[in-house]
Design a binder for this molecule. Structure first.
Ligand code: GLU
Length: 430
C-alpha cells in the first residue's frame, strides 16, 4: 500500500489533504516517538519498526464451479523476544502486506500493555468470505495452515480470529494443524469452539474489554454510564456485543452501523432486536430504509463514541466535528495521528486501540493456558481475571499519560513497547 491521502472538500478538508493514511507508517512514527521518549538508542527502533519475519503464501483452492483460484495470504511475526507471537488471521478483500505488518506490531503492543508472555503476530488472506461457500472457506482455512505450518505452532506463533474469521474457521485450522503434526494440538490456535478446547467468555471478550475501558474512562470524565448516550460504529463481533453490554449497563445506544449504513434513534435503539436480525458478518442496516451514513454517525451528539469497524475513520477532516467526550477504539487503527492530536487538544479522552481492544487477546491467552494445563475455567473466573488485568492496563496507560504529559496513544505505546525492548536487550539482540 503506498501513501494514501484523504481528499475531502469539507471545511476541514484542507488540513486533511496531506494526511498519511498508511497504518504501518503511522505506527512506525509512534513506535519511534515512544522509544525516543524512553531513552532507547536508535538501533532499538531499527529492530522494532518492522516485523522480524514476514511470510507470503499463495494458496490454490478448487472453487465450487470447478475452477481453481489462487489466493494470497500473509503471516507477520513482529518480535518474539518475550515469547511466541500471537494474533488473529483476517479474511478480507482489502488485506495488504503493510496492513498485516502494522497489525502484528499492534499485537505486540497489546501483549505488552496487558503484560502477556507473547510478542505480536498477524495473518491475513485477500478474499471475500461473504461471497464464498462453506466448503470453499474450509478449503481456504486448511490451505492457509498447510502453507504457514512451518512457522506457526503452540510455542512459536498462535493464530486467532479477526475480521471475518470465527470459531468454525479456528476449528478447521486446528484440525488441519493437528493432522500435520499427527497429534491433537488445541494450543495451536485460540478462539475455538468450547467443545474443541475454546475458553468460556472468548467470544464476548473483546466487547467485555471495551466495556471495562468505557467504565474506567467514564470515571475519569465523571460520566455516569446509566443514561449515557453511546454511538457504536460497526456491528461485528466487537460492536454488536458491546452494544448489548452498554444497553444492559443502562446506557442508551443511540446509533449503530455496518458497512452499508447506520441507524440512529435519540430515544435509544432496540438492541435485542438488531442482534437477533444481524447476519454472521454483522450486517443489519439493509433491513431498514431510514438510514444515515457512517460519516454522519461519527459526528452525532453523544457522550461515548466507539469506532468498532475499520481503519482511518476519524481523520483530520472530521476530528473537529466529533461531539463525544470519550472515544474508545474497539477497532484496530480507526483514528489517524493527526486526528489523535485534534481530539487530545479538544480534551476528548481517547482510549487507543492497542489498549481498548486488548480483551480479545487476553482471553485468548487464558484459552492457551487452559489448553496447556488441560484444565478449564468457569466464565466467572475468566471474567474476573480479565477485569483485573484490563483495569491495571488502563491505569498504567492513563498514569503514564498524566505523569509524562503525553497523549493516550503515545502513553499506550510507551507502556506496550517497554517489555519487548527489555526482552530484546536481555537476549543480547541489541
Ligand atoms: N484479532 C484479535 C486482535 O486483534 C485477537 C487476537 C488474539 O486473540 O490472539 O486483538
Amino acid at each position: 500500500m503506498g501513501e494514501q491521502v484523504v481528499t475531502d472538500s469539507t471545511a476541514n478538508g484542507k488540513a486533511a489533504q496531506q494526511e498519511n493514511l498508511n497504518v504501518l507508517q503511522s505506527t512506525q512514527t509512534v513506535i519511534e516517538e515512544a522509544l525516543t521518549k524512553m531513552g532507547y538508542p536508535p538501533v532499538m527502533n531499527e529492530l522494532l519498526k518492522e516485523p522480524m519475519r514476514m511470510f507470503t503464501v499463495r494458496i490454490p483452492i478448487r472453487m465450487d464451479n470447478g475452477e481453481t483460484k489462487i489466493f494470497t495470504g500473509y503471516r507477520a511475526q513482529h518480535n518474539d523476544a518475550v515469547g511466541p507471537t500471537k494474533g488473529g488471521v483476517r479474511f478480507h478483500p482489502d488485506v495488504t502486506e503493510d496492513e498485516v505488518k502494522a497489525l502484528s506490531i499492534w499485537m505486540s503492543l497489546k501483549c505488552g500493555i496487558v503484560d502477556l508472555p507473547y510478542g505480536g503476530g498477524k495473518g491475513g488472506i485477500i478474499c471475500d468470505p461473504r461471497e464464498m461457500s462453506f466448503r470453499e472457506l474450509e478449503a481456504l482455512s486448511r490451505g492457509y495452515v498447510r502453507a504457514v505450518s512451518q512457522i506457526v505452532g503452540p510455542t512459536k506463533d498462535i493464530p486467532a480470529p479477526d475480521v471475518f474469521t470465527n470459531s468454525q474457521i479456528m476449528a478447521w485450522m486446528m484440525d488441519e494443524y493437528s493432522r500435520i503434526r499427527e497429534h491433537d494440538s488445541p494450543g495451536f490456535i485460540t478462539g475455538k469452539p468450547i467443545v474443541l478446547g475454546g475458553s468460556a467468555g472468548r467470544e464476548t471478550a473483546t466487547a467485555k474489554g471495551v466495556t471495562i475501558m468505557i467504565e474506567e474512562a467514564a470515571k475519569k470524565k465523571g460520566i455516569e454510564l446509566q443514561g449515557a448516550r453511546v454511538v457504536v460504529q460497526g456491528f461485528g463481533n466487537a460492536g454488536s456485543f458491546l452494544a448489548k453490554f452498554m444497553h444492559e449497563a443502562g446506557a442508551k445506544v443511540v446509533a449503530i452501523s455496518d458497512a452499508y449504513g447506520a441507524l440512529h434513534d435519540e430515544a435509544g435503539l432496540d438492541i435485542e432486536y438488531l442482534l437477533d436480525r444481524r447476519d454472521s458478518f454483522g450486517t443489519v442496516t439493509k433491513l431498514f430504509t431510514n438510514t444515515i451514513t457512517n460519516k454522519e454517525l461519527l459526528e452525532l451528539d453523544c457522550d461515548i463514541l466507539v469506532p468498532a469497524a475499520i481503519e482511518n475513520q476519524i481523520t483530520a477532516s472530521n476530528a473537529h466535528n466529533i461531539k463525544a467526550r470519550i472515544v474508545v477504539e474497539a477497532a484496530n487503527g480507526p483514528t489517524t495521528l493527526e486526528a489523535t492530536k485534534i481530539l487530545t487538544e479538544r480534551d476528548i479522552l481517547l482510549v487507543p486501540d492497542v489498549l481498548a481492544s486488548s480483551g480479545g487477546v487476553t482471553v485468548s491467552y487464558f484459552e492457551w493456558v487452559q489448553n496447556n494445563q488441560g484444565y478449564y475455567w468457569s466464565e466467572e473466573e475468566v471474567d474476573s481475571r480479565l477485569r483485573e488485568m484490563l483495569v491495571r492496563a488502563f491505569n498504567n496507560v492513563y498514569n503514564t499519560h498524566v505523569s509524562r504529559g503525553v497523549n493516550m496513544r503515545l502513553a499506550a505505546y510507551m507502556v506496550g513497547v517497554r517489555k519487548m525492548a527489555e526482552a530484546s536487550r536481555f537476549r543480547g539482540w541489541v
